[in-house]
Design a protein around this ligand. Structure first.
Ligand SMILES: C[S@@+](CC[C@H](N)C(=O)[O-])C[C@H]1O[C@@H](n2cnc3c(N)ncnc32)[C@H](O)[C@@H]1O
Length: 239
């Protein structure tokens, strides 16, 4: 199993099937993301919510194969991160994977202070209710900008309709909403960058078990475009 990402992933899948359910992205939906990685060839990719390392191993391996330099896993729980680190090391990916442990809002701010420019690829898979506010923070920090691709798991059910609504809103609507947020400014609520517009795709995928459970296996893909026009085409894929 040493230095074999595929074998480590297979062992995690087996544990999830036979011992206890694991909330991993799984190989079905994972393949959608690895295809995007192969296409986008990100130099640096980050994930919000690494859990015990399944997505970390699958996507870091794909980033390395695509010529990328770094995969950053932002994980709240030190316990989960400890498991992830051990599995990542076993898979031989510790040269490319780095961790930022704690609330991802703190990690995103720390990341901004150490590097410039927008990120190529961000995978959102942490607390669903936090997707919109945390994306807005990424916008404010300019970690999201022209050319950034966002991939978010579980956007419908379990999920986050507000996240989709925000991304699909035209700048004029976002600017109006931002004024309300500004007026009601409470603890750590981000306003975002209302000028950003996104091309979006919605993909229906399968749960880690391979089953289609209601709407549970969906990923939304967003390509950030910092432009003036609105009304981008939106395509919906399903399988
Ligand atoms: C669905 S799991 C991630 C699964 C993982 N991406 C995979 O496919 O293997 C969600 C993870 O997000 C983490 N999380 C929740 N809120 C977070 C936050 N504010 N910052 C960072 N991580 C968070 C949880 O501790 C949990 O490990």
């Amino acid at each position: 199993m040493k230095n074999s990402p595929a074998r480590v992933l297979a062992a995690i899948d087996q544990y999830g099937r036979e011992k206890a359910f694991l909330m991993n992205v799984g190989h079905e939906k994972g393949r959608i993301v690895t295809d995007i990685i192969a296409q986008r060839k990100p130099s640096i990719m980050i994930e919000l919510g690494g859990y015990v390392g399944y997505s970390t191993i699958l996507f870091a391996d794909a980033v390395r194969k695509a010529g990328g330099k770094k995969y950053l896993s932002l994980e709240l729980s030190p316990t989960f991160a400890t498991v992830s680190k051990a599995l990542v090391q076993l898979a031989g990916l510790d040269d490319i994977v780095e961790y930022m442990i704690g609330p991802c809002r703190d990690s995103l701010r720390a990341l901004r202070s150490t590097r410039s420019g927008a990120l190529d690829l961000i995978f959102l898979d942490h607390a669903k209710f936090a997707y919109t506010n945390d994306l807005k923070l990424c916008e404010e920090l300019a970690l999201v900008g022209q050319g950034t691709t966002l991939v978010a798991d579980n956007v419908i059910c379990p999920g986050n309709p507000k996240y989709l609504e925000y991304l699909r809103s035209p700048p004029a609507k976002k600017i109006e909403e931002a004024k309300t947020v500004e007026a009601e400014k409470s603890v750590d609520v981000s306003i975002g960058n209302p000028r950003l517009i996104y091309d979006t795709s919605l993909v229906y995928g399968l749960a880690p078990t391979g089953e289609q459970i209601g709407w549970s296996g969906n990923l939304a893909l967003f390509r950030g475009v910092d432009g003036q026009s609105i009304g981008q085409e939106e395509s919906i894929h399903s399988f």
